[in-house]
Design a protein around this ligand. Structure first.
Ligand code: IVH
Length: 671
């Protein structure tokens, strides 16, 4: 681009228009389709160019520019706003009989012999109305009492997957739609951890976390939160009509609005029951919370015939999942010292099955939580498990006439190393760092875990012994161990010692992103580690980056930036990195991309190949700018088929995904 100062107004207008269109498209590809076509740094470059141009030419300002997705100045309250049509609720129940009754009622009232239902998950988030005028985002409101909600436009605008402009050259004049804002399960846990660290009250569940976040007054604080939005209903429209729900969702998708892909059209009750069971089985594996299944008439004309009750339509029903709650007895409260030194009270429970999983422990977060719940050894408690979230104690069940145990008290010393503890907000922390055995153990366990250095056969018990026997005092010490040292471990013979020795030595050339994750930097999970490894070519570059620079990376907020910066400012950590080098650790940095031949293309591999191992072909694809994923979806461009292919081949045929044998793949990349 030309120097911004020499650019004419006309040129600026054109460039701004073009950049906005490009960025909107890349946002869509990244957040909605999950299939980016350009690298993050290419994206950041475009974003900055647009920001600069908009600053220089404020006359071309637009409330729907993608630069507005980073938040606006804070407000002092949320304005009330009436909905364009009432936002109804759903009639719901957990009982199969009630679902059957709903089916019969629809059958009776429609008097039709054949009608389809659209089944989809009941998303457990926060319901919102979003209004687009002539294809541009106009405002968003909470559901409120169904008639009037609160204006949360600025906050909703920051959600990555929400388009500020519909992808269409002839959008409807008015489109008011209903969707659900969700926070991912992992995002929810992350946020709660941070809240507790700061001495704030943790959110009870992901839905509350999403609701709390979206009703904030400062939209900049919303911008870095893991929120997502799915659309599922029409509230009001002008200039567009839909006969069937299915068709409407398809149009939503074409406009760039995210819809849920776990849906099915069914006609009869047995199929409906089957889908309900399937959904229930999938529940734990989803990255967001669902709490049931919604059954809706597919034909929108029939819906009008059925109409609504006072607050809920007759054409839809929410068949909820039973809450995953059970009652058991608390036997003791233990203190766990985590890898960051935090002392967390943990409730030991008489084992109980909650929704198919045996629960024998529940986290109590901190002292405040224990006090608030007032649980003591011997108490009867109700346990809840929402999705795959760690089980929690919902409440104590009072028992009359029973003598209770002593109330819980936080100790003044670390239960492991006896160092006097310190208070950090609502937390009590052992300040001894890696000289506390519990912290060293936690850090080591994380270091060797599957997604980190992936050192097999190095379980908790062995790590404990190594520390106990003072075989290791720091993480890099691991690499100094000889087979003869390992033989001293309980249950270890010559063979097993050599095996473990080899596993440790074999981990000496970790991929950059794995090593970054393995370091255990606070707030740096797998995803952030990957982002950092993509952005920075080596460790020195990250260590040298300042907070502002880090916070400028997409998806890295000020808190994460602060934590990374803090880690690399710490002398002990720098010493540890040096020790790793001394011990012979060589980080494998990704080769810089060879070309962009496969840019934007997604590959899946099945069967055995002759010329490549799985890792090698993945590396090859990535070095040419492509992506290699593990399962076939609508986003897959090519399936590379080797000998003895698996079920992916069938998936690819069904979805009409192009298939390449090894020879054809080689031809493709030699172009
Ligand atoms: S349809 C008029 N579909 O469940 C019917 N609702 O009361 C409009 N919900 O607050 C709702 N997933 O926010 C519909 N796939 C889905 C849904 C869904 C979640 C929420 C909705 C509402 C609650 C039921």
């Amino acid at each position: 681009m030309k120097d911004i100062r020499n650019i004419s107004k006309e040129e600026a207008r054109e460039s701004i228009k073009k950049l906005r269109e490009e960025i909107n498209r890349h946002n869509y590809l990244y957040y909605v389709k999950n299939k980016p076509e350009i690298s993050d740094s290419q994206y950041d470059k475009k974003f900055r160019q647009l920001q600069e141009l908009e600053k220089e030419f404020p006359e071309f300002d637009s409330p729907v520019s993608p630069t507005r997705k980073v938040g606006a100045p804070p407000v002092d309250h949320l304005e009330k706003k009436e909905h364009l049509a009432p936002m109804l609720s759903l009639n719901s129940s957990e009982k199969e009989e009630d679902a059957e009754q709903f089916f019969k009622n629809v059958q009776k009232s429609t008097k039709e012999t054949s009608f389809g239902f659209l089944l989809e998950p009941k998303l457990d988030g926060l319901s919102v109305e979003v209004v687009y005028k002539n294809g541009e985002f106009s405002y968003a409101t909470t559901r409120g009492d169904g008639q009037t909600g609160e204006d949360i436009s600025e906050n909703v605008k920051t959600i990555g997957s929400l388009p500020l402009k519909l992808l269409s050259s002839s959008p409807p004049e008015l489109l008011a739609i209903r969707g659900e804002i969700l926070m991912s399960k992992s995002g929810f846990q992350e946020i709660n951890k941070k809240r507790i660290e700061k001495g704030e009250e943790p959110f009870a569940n992901a839905r509350n976390a999403a609701a709390g976040t979206v009703r904030q007054l400062d939209s900049k604080k919303v911008a870095d939160k893991p929120l997502d939005i799915f659309f599922y209903e029409l509230i009001k429209t002008e200039g567009r009509h839909f006969d069937r729900q299915e068709e409407m969702l398809e149009q939503f998708r074409k406009w760039g609005l995210k819809t849920n892909n776990l849906k099915k059209i069914c006609e009869k009750m047995p199929e409906i029951k089957k889908f309900y069971r399937n959904l229930k089985e999938k529940r734990d594996s989803l990255s967001y919370e669902i709490d049931g299944m919604v059954i809706k008439l597919n034909q929108r004309g029939l819906r009008e015939k059925l109409g609504s009750r006072d607050r809920s339509p007759r054409w839809a029903f929410a068949w909820k999942f039973e809450p995953q709650k059970e009652v058991t007895r608390l036997t003791d409260i233990l203190l766990q010292v985590g890898r960051t030194g935090m002392l967390t009270p943990v409730a030991l429970l008489e084992p109980v099955d909650v929704g198919g999983v045996t629960v024998s422990r529940a986290t109590l977060h901190n002292e405040e939580e224990v006090k608030k719940k007032d649980v003591r050894p011997g108490d009867k408690v109700r346990i809840v498990r929402a999705g795959d979230v760690i089980p929690e104690i919902a409440e104590r069940i009072k028992e009359t006439g029973k003598k209770r145990g002593n109330p819980f008290k936080m100790p003044g010393k670390c239960p492991v190393c006896e160092t006097p503890v310190v208070r950090e907000g609502a937390y009590v922390v052992c300040p001894a760092g890696l000289s506390c055995r519990a912290q060293l153990k936690g850090r080591l366990q994380h270091f060797v875990s599957r997604d980190a250095m992936n050192i097999m056969n190095l379980g908790e018990k062995i790590i404990e012994q190594m520390i106990e026997e003072e075989m290791i005092r720091s993480i890099p010490d691991l690499y100094r161990l000889e087979p003869s040292d390992l033989e001293k471990l309980e249950g270890f013979g010559k063979k097993s010692s050599e095996k473990l020795y080899k596993a440790i030595q074999d981990s000496k050339e970790p991929e950059f992103e794995r090593f970054l994750y393995a370091l255990g930097i606070r707030h740096v999970g797998k995803h952030i580690a990957r982002l950092l490894a993509k952005k920075y070519r080596n460790l020195e570059k990250i260590a040298g980056a300042d907070k502002e620079e880090l916070a400028g990376i997409r998806e890295i907020g000020p808190e994460i930036a602060e934590s990374i910066s803090h880690f690399f400012d710490n002398e002990d950590n720098l010493k540890m990195i040096k020790q790793f080098e001394k011990a012979g650790l060589k980080i494998k940095y990704k080769k810089t991309q060879e070309s962009d031949l496969l840019e934007g293309k997604t590959f899946v591999i099945t069967g055995e190949l002759e010329g490549y191992s799985r890792e090698e072909i993945k590396e090859k694809i990535e070095s040419l700018g492509g992506r290699a994923t593990s399962s076939v979806s609508d986003n897959t461009d090519y399936l590379v088929v080797g000998k003895n292919p698996g079920s992916k081949l069938e998936d690819a045929k069904k979805r009409k995904v192009k298939r390449l044998d090894e020879k054809q793949f080689k031809e493709l990349i030699s172009k």
